[in-house]
Write a protein that binds this ligand. Structure first.
Ligand code: SF4
Ligand code: SF4
Length: 381
């Protein structure tokens, strides 16, 4: 195992295969009879005007209206070329809206260039930024043509050898209302933000004379890249847990040929906490998360093969989303690392949780902190 894989926390075995995006659970919902159902159809329709408002708190018309409005910018980008099979940001990278400048700037100091890129990313609205090198093991073996749901080549322009990974923090109070259609606005808002931010940063880099491809969930698995870029550690809930926001982030990325200094994965002590905690697995309604040690279980085609890690049962997880007609992130909400870190007590807890005093942090979390879901009516009031 490469040293870097050890730190990333994904142990690759001889069974490793690059993941084919055709097997992503959201893509399967369009072609795989095992996944397609009246619930999955109603789930996708609910993101258009076809939502059926309920009397239950958090699922009223205003909750769906807010969630769907929050997705608007992301939807505009992903739909603009979908009829040509290119669903940008999800099943294909975002097409360049500007061309690469004819003159290249000269990069004499890669460290300084990385600092400038991070500064510009933050100016556009990114909350965290890390840079790493391209590792094609994490790229989809095939992407998906969304006109016929057939696999097609997944190629990047030549010369893109660095990846800029950006984290976008979700709204704490909205996340506290999961599960609800209202809470889904915390995802939609970040997808819309990240679409704009990664497109703007990519346009800036093209203006410097280098290739830059803006990417959201398309092209490659972003979790290994976020960890490789030093933004966080992998948790039992299958999310990257960052020191700044816990698991309450979404990620976008840019593949570029701009010469940049890279960051490295960090051992933060978060994985050790997960070894002694099963809060997310216990709270998951369909029991889709594992309680045991990381393994290379491959009982679902939606799980990457040959990687020893904590893996969810995607069929159970997405089945629950479809049933409630919105995304679920209970496993994000209940995670002890999901805090604002604005207070001294949150910062003290994080220090304890990631140090040899971990047991004190676990005791404090279990006995001392109220972790009740915020009622959607409280959020609105
Ligand atoms: S809830 Fe506990 S086990 Fe799950 S990701 Fe958070 S810290 Fe890890
Ligand atoms: S998103 Fe919801 S259903 Fe899926 S693993 Fe997390 S808690 Fe379970």
């Amino acid at each position: 195992m490469r040293e870097i894989d050890k730190i990333v926390g994904f142990e690759l075995t001889e069974n490793f295969e690059r993941f084919n995006q055709m097997n992503d659970i959201f893509t399967r919902a369009f072609w795989d009879e095992e996944i397609k159902s009246s619930d999955t159809e109603a789930f996708f329709n609910s993101y258009r005007s076809g939502f059926v408002a309920k009397r239950a708190e958090g699922f009223n018309q205003k909750d769906f209206a807010l969630r769907n409005a929050s997705w608007l910018i992301s939807d505009l980008i992903s739909n603009r070329n979908a009829s040509s099979g290119i669903r940008e940001g999800f099943q294909a990278y975002i097409q360049n809206d500007t061309s690469v400048a004819e003159n290249k700037i000269t990069v004499e100091n890669e460290r300084q260039q990385s600092k400038e890129v991070k500064r510009v990313a933050k100016l556009f609205g990114a909350d965290l930024v890390g840079i790493t090198s391209v590792d094609e093991r994490w790229h989809y073996s095939h992407r998906v043509d969304t006109t016929n749901f057939e696999p097609v080549d997944n190629e990047l322009p030549k010369g893109c050898n660095k990846v800029i990974v950006m984290a976008h923090a979700m709204d704490y109070d909205l996340v506290e209302t999961y599960p609800s259609a209202l809470a889904g606005a915390s995802s939609g808002r970040e997808y819309s933000h990240e679409a704009a931010i990664c497109m703007q940063l990519a346009a800036y880099i093209r203006g410097l004379g280098y290739e830059a491809i803006a990417s959201m969930n398309d092209t490659a698995l972003v979790i290994p890249y976020a960890i490789k870029a030093g933004l966080g550690e992998y948790g039992r809930n299958q999310m990257v847990i960052t020191p700044e926001y816990g698991p309450r982030v979404r990620f976008s990325k840019i593949f570029t040929s701009l010469p940049l200094e890279i960051d490295y994965p960090k051992s933060l002590g978060i994985k050790e906490y997960c070894n002694s905690c099963t809060k997310c697995a216990s709270a998951c309604p369909p029991k889709a998360l594992p309680f045991g040690e990381p393994d290379e279980k491959t009982d679902s085609v939606s799980t990457i093969k040959g990687v020893k890690k904590w893996s969810a049962n995607c069929e159970k997880c997405f089945g629950y989303w479809a049933k409630i007609r919105t995304d679920c992130a209970i496993c994000m909400r209940v995670c002890p690392f999901n805090r604002t870190y604005n207070s001294f007590t949150d910062k003290l807890w994080r220090w304890l949780a990631t140090s040899s005093f971990r047991k004190v942090a676990i005791f404090w979390e279990e006995r001392g902190r109220s972790r009740k879901r915020l009622k959607p009516s409280q959020w609105w009031s």
